[in-house]
Design a protein around this ligand. Sequence first.
Ligand SMILES: [Ca+2]
Length: 141
Amino acid sequence: MKTMNHWLATTAVLLLSITLSQGATWHVDDITDPAEDGSAEHPFDSIQQAINVAANGDTVIVHPGRYVENINFNGKAITVQSENPETWSVVESTVIDGNNAAPVVRFINGEGPSSKIKGFTITRGQGNNSIWPFVPDHGFS
Ligand SMILES: [Ca+2]
């Protein structure tokens, strides 16, 4: 019993430190999944779904695919990225397609340097240059 209590205490401390050190990770893919919940096993189907449930400090990982969306960070200090922003083949195959409907990505709710998007091919956006891509100091990388 003493060993069990020690294990529980250690586990609790470990979980607490993980919670304090990093936010949650949400997953998105282009596979329709009725059980989707944003987990690695059941990724959401759209990037905006993940942004909507993300809290400040969270990371959204988008798996390779073509996402026809016009996303809005909604003021959140989150990172939205492909599986590997440093690898061109991943960047090339992880596409956000604005469908010529609106700006592809919007930072219009007071986002700061902690709102980041990286590792995507962004295409077919429409908007005016005051929104995209001329947004200084807003975490583009
Ligand atoms: Ca999915």
